[in-house]
Ligand binder design. Structure first.
Ligand code: F7E
Length: 316
């Protein structure tokens, strides 16, 4: 198994080493077509999973053009690298042993939702430069499948979380906030819109779904989520309760964390994945939040290594 890493001496590699075991590393950049062709030539993969993106939604307003380049055009470059290395063209379709491609599409494409719950046929109405870029990635993946007969699929993944989630995302921000308050390291947690609703699941379950999609006979897109929606307020309330804390004493609303255009409500209809992939999530919301709070209590309360506690820039 190989991982694609951007840049020289990327600090994430040493930090992740203990988690990624035997994964071998090659270099490449979603902004650089030649580097992706070289990476695919070197690795000769059976499967390619593109999870690379500027993935923090607020950042996409600050760096809209870069988001379009990395999160949107990066998908085209990856598809092109696979197509060129496989020698596929409009007149020469891939053989049976073709490279299979997975694109991490996002529930953010549904944005201002047209129906609830959202399934594979629900129209898109993205609400951020990130959502718009992901929508391009989704359609270009579909287009390469239809144009060149490539085994290219998109998983439309709803929010997926774990103790390894970046500290800027709301679940981890809350679990770290609870742990800091419980351990006397902080006295408050500043948040934005508590009314937004999301369908939160466990990242490990969703990674399993990605592999299942590439193991199918035919390439198709799937919605992956739990089918249950909860508000940020529900998340906060439950996370504080797991540590015997009353959230209303600590949570402060701060307009700095509200977005120019919000996605108010997401809820997956994962029927197709359930029926065709036989995929079911194994970890529920309460188990997930408890896992994250307990992990951060251990991280901050135990033998903490300075490089393990996530830094928090001002805008997170
Ligand atoms: O926000 C609200 C915020 O940043 C969730 C990415 O993985 O999932 C993720 O996107 C909700 C939003 O994730 C704070 O307004 C309130 O409504 O955790 P988030 P996201 O934007 O849903 C999708 C599927 C992706 O594809 C993305 O890459 O929580 N919220 N207060 C807050 N959010 C943050 N981050 N910080 C707050 O203080």
């Amino acid at each position: 198994m190989w991982g694609l890493v951007r840049g020289q001496a990327n600090p994430h590699v040493s930090r992740l080493r203990k988690h990624i075991g035997d994964v071998r590393i090659t270099t490449g950049d979603l902004l650089d077509q030649g580097s992706l062709i070289s990476a695919v030539e070197r690795v000769q993969p059976d499967e390619v999973y593109n999870l690379g993106a500027i993935s923090y939604v607020p950042m996409s307003w600050q760096q809209a053009e870069l988001t379009a380049e990395v999160t949107g055009m990066g998908v085209l470059r990856m598809l092109e690298a696979i197509r060129v290395v496989s020698g596929v063209s409009a007149s020469r379709t891939p053989g049976r042993e073709q490279i299979r491609f997975y694109q991490a599409s996002s529930s953010e494409m549904f944005g201002m939702v047209r129906e609830t719950p959202q399934n594979e046929k629900t129209p898109f109405h993205p609400r951020s430069p990130y959502g718009v870029a992901k929508t391009y990635g989704h359609y270009i993946t579909q287009n390469y499948r239809e144009s060149y007969g490539m085994f290219a699929v998109s998983g439309i993944l709803f929010n997926h979380e774990s103790p390894r989630r970046g500290a800027e995302f709301v679940t981890r921000k809350v679990s770290l906030g609870v742990a800091r308050i419980k351990l006397g390291l902080a006295t408050e947690l500043r948040l934005g819109n508590l009314d937004a609703r999301r369908d939160w699941g466990f990242a490990g379950d969703y990674a399993r779904a990605m592999r299942m999609m590439l193991a199918q006979e035919s390439p198709e897109d799937y919605v992956i989520g739990t089918g249950r929606t909860r508000s940020v307020r529900d998340l906060v309330e439950f996370a504080f309760r797991t540590a015997d804390l009353d959230w209303e004493r600590y949570v402060v609303l701060d307009g700095k964390y509200t977005r120019p255009a919000e996605v108010d409500l997401l809820c997956a209809d994962p029927k197709k994945a359930r029926e065709q992939l036989r995929w079911e999530p194994e970890v529920g919301f309460e188990e997930l939040v408890t896992m994250m709070v307990e992990s951060d209590l251990r991280l901050l309360g135990g033998s903490r290594r300075p490089d393990e506690e996530p830094a928090s820039p001002d805008h997170w």
